[in-house]
Structures are given as C-alpha cells and as structure tokens.
Design a protein. Structure first.
Length: 153
C-alpha cells in the first residue's frame, strides 16, 4: 500500500528526569527519526507549553505537538493531573498522549486509559530498548496512524 509522504511530527516529552530526556533525544537520533523532540520538566511546564505562556510564548520555538510523551511521576503537577487537564481542554484533547513511565502499577495503567491516554508504555531499562521503542513509536505515529490536523488556536 502506498502512503503519502509524511512530514516530521513534533513530539513533546514531559519528564522531570533530564537524563531520560537526553536518552530519548539520543535514541531518536540513533533510530534515525526525523521528528522534533521538545522537552518540559513537569505538568505545569507542559500546560504552559500548550497554552503558550511564559518562556513558551513563541510558536516558532514551541510548536504545537502532534504527540505527547508523558511521565506519570513528576513534581508540581504529575502526569495524571496533566493528562486530565489536556483531555478536558477543547483545544488540546485531540493531541494523542502516550504515557511513558517507570510505573508498572496496574492502577496507573487503568487510570491512564480512563483519563484518555492513547497508549501506556513502561520505559525500557536499556538504551538499545529505548532506541527500538523510539523507532517503533516513530513508525507507528508517522507511517500508520493518521494524526488529526491542527486546529486554529
């Protein structure tokens, strides 16, 4: 099946672990994905980014994400609260959110899906696993899924 040439997507990662952010960037490069990865450190920054507040006010530097990778356990506003905010906000609820977390708790997974997460993924423990995960996510979100068009903001 021939598919149209896809444009790179903007992925916004919300994770308070700077090392995890850097590893994801390196894994994307290693997997040869041509997507843009932007990072924020917690749910408060995630919402500021989406609402283009403060340091995220410039749409050129903070483009609307096509996909959000969301850690659950973060300070200030955790991933659960951020997911609830995103999925109840009319402008943001169409953005797919993939929970990417170290939590393997069944209640976290069930709550994530209940709140509207598109997927729930446990973070791989090796860099090789992370590279393969980024490659798989890229293929899925770029080649298989048809993402919703951006609405005027």
């Amino acid at each position: 099946m021939n598919s149209p040439t896809r444009q790179p997507i903007v992925i916004l990662m919300a994770d308070d672990d700077i090392d995890d952010q850097q590893l994801c960037k390196e894994a994307m490069e290693e997997s040869r994905l041509i997507n843009t990865l932007k990072c924020v450190n917690d749910g408060v920054e995630l919402m500021e980014y989406l609402e283009r507040k403060g340091e995220f006010s410039d749409p050129e530097k903070s483009p609307r994400p096509d996909l959000i990778l969301l850690d659950l356990n973060m300070p200030r506003m955790d991933g659960r609260a951020a997911l609830h905010e995103i999925k109840t906000h009319p402008r943001f609820r169409s953005i797919p959110v993939v929970i990417l977390t170290t939590s393997k708790a069944e209640e976290d997974m069930l709550k994530g899906y209940e709140l509207g997460a598109a997927s729930y993924i446990s973070k791989p423990v090796t860099f090789t696993g992370l590279v393969e995960l980024m490659r798989s996510l890229g293929r899925y979100w770029l080649e298989i899924v048809q993402l919703p068009p951006h609405r005027e903001e």
